[in-house]
Write a protein that binds this ligand. Structure first.
Ligand code: NI
Length: 227
């Protein structure tokens, strides 16, 4: 289940965020790599505890909490604080899988990574290369989304960032544990929720069948949610 969240933040807000962090101190991206990734990864990252990162994290966290499409698709339990990375010419991240469990350095909280997300902070015309490629059962997909858009994908997918050959690709990325661990279950809940939303607009929230389907949705959540 790959889901695009258009305008997670506005294009203007994305470019402003990019401008704010551009001149902060960046470090080697291998700060958050698993052992298998370190050799494949060549990029830079904002240190997660830096003031620039924390200000930017707060902006992204607020946008996530207010985005109904994101909440419906991800059913987030815990979101690892968003991180920021940067790829200039020659920088890349070869095919890898994200670690299944991550420990937040500040709090020691452990999360199981069910979903990974990239929020693009650079317009695609401003760099060449730098596509996020994700492998899946129906073949590989490739994303270079407009600034402010987000792609949400199962953390179980092999993925890579192709080498940048011009410009600089700056993005926000984050992992989250979902209330529903199974991608298949989460995907069904998402489809059902989207249909209920559409039917509610058409028939009103007090419509008997809308209520019945809403009840089914919540009962499925009761079966599958791990709080
Ligand atoms: Ni990754």
């Amino acid at each position: 289940m790959l889901i695009i969240i258009p305008d997670m933040i506005s294009r203007e807000a994305a470019l402003e965020l990019r401008a704010q962090i551009l001149n902060a101190e960046w470090v080697d991206g291998n700060a958050t790599s698993g052992p298998g990734s370190a050799l494949k990864k060549k990029n830079r990252q904002l240190p997660e505890a830096s003031p620039a990162a924390q200000t930017a994290q707060a902006i992204v966290a607020k946008a996530l909490g207010n985005n109904e499409l994101f909440l419906s698709a991800a059913l987030p339990h815990t979101i690892f604080p968003p991180l920021f990375n940067r790829y200039g010419p020659g920088e890349t991240f070869g095919t890898h899988v994200d670690n299944a469990v991550r420990i937040h350095g500040g709090s020691g909280t452990r999360i199981r990574t069910d979903l990974s997300a990239t929020l693009f902070l650079t317009d695609p015309d401003d760099y060449d290369g730098g596509a996020l490629e994700i492998e899946g059962p129906f073949g590989d997909v490739s994303y270079k989304l407009p600034a402010g858009h987000t792609v949400l994908y199962p953390s179980s997918s092999l993925h890579r960032v192709t080498p940048v050959t011009r410009g600089e690709r700056i993005s926000c990325f984050f992992w989250m544990q979902s209330l529903v661990a199974s991608t298949e279950h989460r995907s069904m809940l998402f489809e059902l929720d989207q249909s209920i939303q559409a039917l509610t607009v058409r028939h009103g929230s007090t419509d008997e069948e809308v209520l019945r389907l809403t009840n089914v949705y919540h009962n499925m959540m009761r079966h599958w949610a791990a709080c």
